[in-house]
Write a protein that binds this ligand. Sequence first.
Ligand SMILES: [Fe+2]
Ligand SMILES: [Fe+2]
Length: 283
Amino acid sequence: MMELSALQIRVARTPGLGMLPQITAQILRLVDNPNASPRQVGAVIERDAGLASKLLKTANSSYYGMPGKVRTVSQAISVMGLSAVRSVIVSQAYQQMAAGRAHSRRFDKVAFWQHSLATAVGARILARFKGWRDPEEAFLAGLMHDVGRLVLDRFLPNEFDQAITLSLERGCSLIEAEREVLGYTHVEVGAMLGEQWQLPNNLMEGIRLHHQPMPFEDSPLGCLVYAANVLAHQAGFGLAAPVLYALDPKVHESLKLPEGQFEGLKQVLVQEVSRTQELLKIA
Ligand SMILES: [Fe+2]
Ligand SMILES: [Fe+2]
């Protein structure tokens, strides 16, 4: 068994998961800064030719409705918007981190990626519905909410395997099984990594609070990601045991979703996940 503090030291010393790719971290911080201009963000992207060409391909996809017309990074930023550019860049980096073979025998990384993306898309849908100022921020908070599981898979593969097995055998949620096997969960581990990455506060809320039902007013992103995680599980983008996740009535109430609306959102989610998946594949 490894204490959380010992795990923290190991993660910090390991290249790869321990560090967010530098350019991704830079983009995250820049877009989060209200004084940053599209020109500054463009300059960072242009320094990396690979990244710039990926972004152009994305901006020229049919998703944005201007196929073949976007020629420069600054045009791409104005077509997509700064926040969407940030989402695409961070998603690609995150997808890379989540790719490759799992270390734990029973951890399905493809399902993990699908679950992460579905939660991201769900958070964005709910954020738009709620009129939240930056739906793309909700997307990123959703995308990274379970990042702690990548750490568990990488650094504690045997224990993580035991937790997955336990959740399957008992039909309990994976987070419960993690707590039983490890004494802590992917939530604390994810928060530890997020701090190491110096993630903006709102993204940290998605990581820290996504298993804690709370009203939107208390933590907008915590609440959106919590609800999006439930929505993703219900729509078939789950992990490990097929546990029934129900939306807490308090959350339902504070999101002001009309009766039956949450059900309807599942279909919207499935469609939007496949469109976003396509968009990320382009690059
Ligand atoms: Fe989680
Ligand atoms: Fe999750």
